[in-house]
Design a protein around this ligand. Sequence first.
Ligand SMILES: *[C@@H]1O[C@H](CO)[C@@H](O)[C@H](O)[C@H]1NC(C)=O
Ligand SMILES: *[C@@H]1O[C@H](CO)[C@@H](O)[C@H](O)[C@H]1NC(C)=O
Ligand SMILES: *[C@@H]1O[C@H](CO)[C@@H](O)[C@H](O)[C@H]1NC(C)=O
Ligand SMILES: *[C@@H]1O[C@H](CO)[C@@H](O)[C@H](O)[C@H]1NC(C)=O
Ligand SMILES: *[C@@H]1O[C@H](CO)[C@@H](O)[C@H](O)[C@H]1NC(C)=O
Ligand SMILES: *[C@@H]1O[C@H](CO)[C@@H](O)[C@H](O)[C@H]1NC(C)=O
Length: 246
Amino acid sequence: MIAFPSKLIVLEVCILGSLSLLLAQEAMLFRVSEVNVAMVALEVPEVITSLTSCAIRCHMLAGSCFSFKYNLVTSLCSLGSWIVPSNGTSSLQPSEGLFTTGAFCNTSLNFTLETNGTASVCIWISTKSYNYTTSVNSCLARRMHLYTPKTLDKFSIMTSIVIRLQKNFWIGLDDIEVENVFRWVDDGSLLDNNYRKQIFAPNQPDNHNGSEDCVAYNLKYFPLNDGTCSSALPYICEKGTTESTF
Ligand SMILES: *[C@@H]1O[C@H](CO)[C@@H](O)[C@H](O)[C@H]1NC(C)=O
Ligand SMILES: *[C@@H]1O[C@H](CO)[C@@H](O)[C@H](O)[C@H]1NC(C)=O
Ligand SMILES: *[C@@H]1O[C@H](CO)[C@@H](O)[C@H](O)[C@H]1NC(C)=O
Ligand SMILES: *[C@@H]1O[C@H](CO)[C@@H](O)[C@H](O)[C@H]1NC(C)=O
Ligand SMILES: *[C@@H]1O[C@H](CO)[C@@H](O)[C@H](O)[C@H]1NC(C)=O
Ligand SMILES: *[C@@H]1O[C@H](CO)[C@@H](O)[C@H](O)[C@H]1NC(C)=O
């Protein structure tokens, strides 16, 4: 019988050059006991001497490694990004333990992990309604960003939420800066023209009354409509990999 710890505390100590600068950083890792989850592997597994060394490797990649798998028999260490729900039975060998930083998408704090196709997102759904700017800022304050459904897979994740909750939501897309030039709020990138045709409702965006610069999922003008930025709507925040910390 192999016993994995349920919590693993990793201490990373950096010694910089000849300076005896000691920088200790602590990270808590939790063993995943649920069966119906799988790890999205970051790279090919490598032989690493111990469970702790594997954990440290994950910790050193903070920002992209949120999980890891370690096999006590083969000493194979696999680093992963997200833990995703899986429909099947466990993909783990009896000698394998799966750990997660936990803090990344903690369901006790109302974060939820949603997946579809290649998209795997950690989101937080607001219960309050705010105007667009306040919604953007509220997500930033959570170290997240207003949801940016830049791919059809990510778009579908949002569609199911909107249909399930029967509410309109802001998304992270606007043409506040230059009329009819829509940009994603997370990195300022331009909305692709072909994609634009696929995601807006017929005849939208129409900048109605010359005052609609912010984009929302809309049950009436489905799926997307441009709306007045000062309107109050609920919003969904998304955790990007660079915004996450241990
Ligand atoms: C799990 O879902 C995938 C598609 O997401 C499907 O291809 C596979 O057959 C399913 N496996 C089981 C055991 O249901
Ligand atoms: C999730 O959040 C709760 C509440 O703050 C905390 O007690 C728990 O340790 C967290 N879990 C993980 C895995 O970080
Ligand atoms: C999570 O959501 C529930 C239901 O909306 C709420 O009562 C609770 O306070 C929330 N927890 C946190 C940590 O925000
Ligand atoms: C996943 O996304 C595809 C489009 O990319 C969509 O056709 C499908 O319905 C989605 N599945 C779920 C379960 O949302
Ligand atoms: C149209 O815009 C004007 C001035 O910006 C505003 O006073 C009016 O309420 C708007 N009408 C609608 C229907 O939004
Ligand atoms: C959004 O709400 C904030 C806080 O109530 C307010 O300061 C800001 O002017 C509003 N912005 C718009 C565009 O309505």
